[in-house]
Ligand binder design. Structure first.
Ligand code: NAD
Length: 314
């Protein structure tokens, strides 16, 4: 069988984004949603976005917007959507029971060697795929929002996932222009959300404890750490920050880092009395209404688009 058809199950925010990424790489995408008419609506929305991206010279891939759009089809019937696909990317609600039953349905409709991939951000593969018989072809492909500009995808194996399945998924994701990383084992939060949780926790504590303002802790990231992190990670940062590399860095700074780590406070509540002042400060900076939030989201996506362009040039 040819490996050029991908089925996307669930046509919400992430399903649409995946569809756009996959067609940009020249794959045929069959988009399914269990809400009748929803997948067709998604395709109309995607067409609009493709045209806008082309206009802005931000369209990914070698094909024109009209050519990419022609690769898409919408389906209200799951069997029809799965027909001919070598790879299934599930993007339904983040609810364990929903995902388990979706994958049980899918497995009944596809051949043994079709790869079953979940977009879940918070569920581990051994739970998501517990109702699947043949779990050697299952993995999580966790995207970062918005995947069109933020290209990382975490590939997380089920304990039974075959190595060749991880290889095929990695090759596929690379072909469509994403940047895959492979976890060797499943773990709660995967890698990205574990690191993010550490950053969130310490930022929250510093604000809650009156050490720094909400505005300034965000500047610590956006104007400080983030400047490096768009291009080099924390490991290389350390390696480059001492004359003789990583061991030298730890000789100089390791003890200080351990002292700071040992002084970290407990896991914050993130709600209730203790959270009130943090939330109030945030809402004063950016009011919590649709108008302000969508303006900031548009700004974020615009900036990410420019950064993605810059990264492409390097
Ligand atoms: P969403 O609510 O926008 O979309 C979910 C879609 O799935 C809806 O269109 C719904 O009709 C459809 N659906 C629900 N049950 C279904 C079923 N049984 N069969 C077929 N379709 C069904 O959600 P989203 O934000 O696109 O998230 C989808 C997945 O992607 C979740 O697992 C989420 O954790 C993950 N994810 C989301 C983000 C993000 O930032 N939104 C980032 C990474 C991963």
């Amino acid at each position: 069988s040819k490996m050029d058809i991908v089925a996307v199950v669930g046509s919400g925010l992430i399903g649409r984004s995946w569809a756009m990424v996959f067609i940009s790489g020249g794959y045929n995408v069959k988009l399914y949603d269990n809400q009748p008419g929803q997948a067709a609506k998604a395709i109309t929305e995607i067409r609009k976005q493709l045209d806008e991206l082309e206009e802005a010279h931000m369209l990914r891939g070698q094909l024109k917007a009209s050519q990419q759009h022609a690769l898409l089809s919408s389906h209200d019937d799951l069997a029809q959507a799965l027909e001919g696909a070598f790879f299934v990317q599930e993007c339904v609600f983040e609810q364990l029971e929903v995902k388990q039953s979706v994958f049980r349905d899918i497995e009944c409709l596809v051949g043994e060697d079709v790869i079953l991939s979940s977009s879940t951000s918070c569920l581990v593969p051994s739970n998501v795929f517990s109702k699947v018989q043949n779990r050697s072809r299952c993995l999580v492909s966790h995207p970062v929002n918005p995947p069109y500009y933020v290209k990382l995808v975490e590939l997380v194996p089920h304990p039974e996932t075959a190595a060749v399945v991880m290889d095929t998924a990695r090759t596929f994701m690379t072909k469509v222009g994403q940047v895959p990383v492979c976890l060797r084992k499943e773990i709660d939060g995967f890698a990205l959300n574990r690191v993010q949780a550490a950053i969130i926790a310490e930022s929250w504590r510093l604000v809650q404890d009156g050490i720094i303002s909400v505005q300034d802790i965000d500047l610590v990231m956006s104007e400080g750490l983030g400047m490096r992190y768009a291009f080099i990670g924390p490991m290389e940062t350390m390696h480059l920050n001492a004359p003789d590399g990583l061991v030298d860095y730890m000789k100089r700074y390791g003890e200080g880092i351990r002292r700071v780590l040992a002084s970290f406070g407990p896991v914050p509540e993130f709600s209730g009395e203790s959270a009130k002042s943090v939330v109030k400060e945030m809402y004063e900076l950016i009011p919590n209404d649709g108008q302000h939030l969508s303006a900031r989201i548009a700004r974020r996506d615009q900036l990410l688009m420019s950064l993605a362009k810059l990264k492409e040039e390097h």
